[in-house]
Design a protein around this ligand. Sequence first.
Ligand SMILES: [Fe+2]
Length: 398
Amino acid sequence: MSWSGEFDFRSPEHIVFGIGTIERLGELAKGLGSRAPLVMTDRVLYELGATEAAEASLRDAGLRAEVFSEVETEPTLAAVDSAVEAFRSGGCDLIVALGGGSTIDSSKSVSLLLGNEGKLTDYHQRRVGSDWSPKRTVTKRGAHIVAVPTTAGTGSEVTSGSGVFDPETGVKGWAGHPLLRPSVALCDPALSVSMPPSVTADTGTDALSQAIECYLVNRFKPTSDALALKAIEVIGTYLRKAFANGADIEARSAMLWAATTVGVAFSNGGLIHNHTYAEVLGDVTHLPHGRLLGITLPHILDFNLIGCADKLVNVGRALGEPVDGVSAGEGAERAIAAVRRLMADIQVDDRLSDYGVTEAQLKIGADRVYAQHEARSAYSPRGFRNQDEVMGILKAAY
Ligand SMILES: [Fe+2]
């Protein structure tokens, strides 16, 4: 790597991390000037009582907490509108987003609509060709967000992106702006203990894929690289343990740290095409994001290997593979084999056909990936040159 490059790096404002830190929620919300926060969550978490500690902390700090528990697993434009309505009718002044990536993403879109004119879709990236700029730009923060993740994967608690599904077009649109980034990421590993093994596997795979994809992006981004590589090492050590025993708080804590840290890395450093596939296939198949990432990740790495063998050697080393003293090609192969073994151990090694994905859906997927590939291909170790290459990866994963 040459050190003569140039980069931008934006940091999250405030990360609070540790077991039991949910008790500090009230103090943190108050510190942001809130008197009436809106707690956004999904119905399942609400019925499990997951918001109780949060509500208690807010009450203890003298705040009046309203709860909106209708966030959907796949957030839709209509659900975001309902949350905006709940915020306004409840006279709220801050959002506590307690849940997985969908809840935290939804809260960012609520904040966007509270502070900016027009429709949410005006702010979604136009993912065609190399210019993804949206029709309108966010100019104002609508509300402070305290993000409280209950999964360890998306990193949404520290990123500035928000994905919301539009049932009319059948596409999840992405809005992104630094003003959408949560003001506080309150990361309490105890809240992730109740995640079932399949969700632990899917969300942990999201973190792993984001870390590897970010590290492989061809840009001068030493800070993101350092964070991503360390996160790969931690995920390699702890994801199996968190999957094997959800009550292992040490593993939960390590995974949450890794996921949040990867969020900081990739929101600055970017991602390569494993996410393009997962985003497109998510719209077409509605399979979980992390599951899709796990299915295609080894094939994406196989395809890119010839353009980034040296970097893959470092990924292999972070995953504990013996890569010293072997050729870069051999070291890279060992890294990909280590990723395959990890995916198999946490049972994210299925094929698309196992989920009833049809060949017609593969074709739609290939069309959509190719239509939007340019922006990411420009920074990938190996960008796409034609649609057959796009389809080749889908067929390998089928
Ligand atoms: Fe992701």
